[in-house]
Write a protein that binds this ligand. Structure first.
Ligand code: AMP
Ligand code: FE
Ligand code: FE
Ligand code: ZN
Length: 283
């Protein structure tokens, strides 16, 4: 069975509705997919219904935005957590609100040099979606400033850009604790993706593992080969789950569903450890 545990919908910065992500997963021949929108779980019900219709498994998930004390961005995948856990909810709500202020500020800075405004960004995001730079990228594409999202990211939207503004996000060690408290399975997303910005040092890995981290996303297109070897060794040393996933964003990124997959034995471990909500169609 082919399993892909990282996909985004219009609930965050993917371009397809949750039901369409699940339909695309079924069409790609996957037996199970996880919906992991940024800082939000409002796509779970629609995805679950679609999974039942298409006869594939759904692992409800989320990708929690985090930031270390040194300002390094960390993404923490959470599987099967209780979506109503107050502590975790408080943090993701804070991050979503901070993302709006940050995006407005970036658009303000960008509008000094490019023909974009907040209404254009809004028109490229679904109501209630977690706002991110990809939505700003869509406005830049519509304005003819960039050819696609990737071009916008490699130019004016990079974290080194003069238009870049950061936003509040929970410390990754606290996030690991909260996900565990919520009955979820915390898996460090694309941990060595150096192309996206600075990555954390071994001290942060150690602190996250001490706090209850259960897995590492090893097979991800943004993890370079040397980094994957380090991750495999770390997983072996600490008995961590390892996953492989696409990080699908619909047409918003080149990543294709099933381009990396997770061993069924690893999904079993995730299902055994996750107690906050149930998977759909996986026994
Ligand atoms: P943000 O969350 O606002 O900081 O923006 C980061 C998000 O943009 C991540 O979730 C990525 O999936 C997405 N992203 C990063 N690089 C690219 C790219 N080259 N093309 C499209 N989306 C990207
Ligand atoms: Fe994203
Ligand atoms: Fe991510
Ligand atoms: Zn992602």
């Amino acid at each position: 069975m082919l399993i892909d545990l990282h996909a985004h919908s219009t609930v965050s910065d993917g371009t397809e509705r949750p039901a369409d992500v699940v339909a695309a997963a079924a069409a790609a021949g996957l037996g199970a997919v996880a919906l992991t929108d940024h800082d939000q779980t409002s796509g779970w019900a629609e995805a679950a219904e679609a999974a039942r219709r298409h006869g594939i498994g759904l692992v409800p998930g989320m990708e929690v935005s985090c930031k270390t004390r040194r300002g390094i961005s960390v993404h923490l995948l959470s599987y099967l957590h209780d979506p109503a856990h107050p502590g975790l909810l408080e943090e993701i709500n804070k991050a979503r609100e901070a993302r709006v202020h940050r995006a407005r500020r970036m658009v303000e800075l960008l509008s000094e040099d490019f023909p974009i405004d907040w209404d254009m960004v809004n028109s490229h995001s679904a109501p209630g979606a977690t706002i991110g730079r990809p939505h700003i990228a869509d406005a830049l594409v519509a304005a003819g400033v960039a050819g696609d999202r990737s071009e916008a990211f490699s130019t004016v939207l990079t974290s080194h850009s003069r238009y870049y503004v950061g936003h509040y996000a929970v410390d990754p060690v606290d996030a690991v604790r909260l996900v565990r408290e919520a009955g979820g399975v915390p898996v460090f997303a694309h941990p060595v993706a150096s192309g996206r910005g600075r990555v954390v040092g071994e001290d942060v890995f150690a602190a996250m593992i001490d706090a209850g981290l259960l897995g590492l996303e090893v097979e991800h297109r943004d993890n370079p080969a040397e980094g994957r070897a380090f991750l495999r060794a770390l997983a072996a040393e600490h008995g961590l789950i390892t996953t492989g996933s696409s990080d699908y964003h619909g047409t918003g990124k080149p990543n294709r569903l099933g381009e990396n997959t997770t061993d069924p034995a690893m999904l079993e471990r995730i299902m055994a450890a996750g107690t906050g909500t149930s998977a759909v169609g996986l026994g």
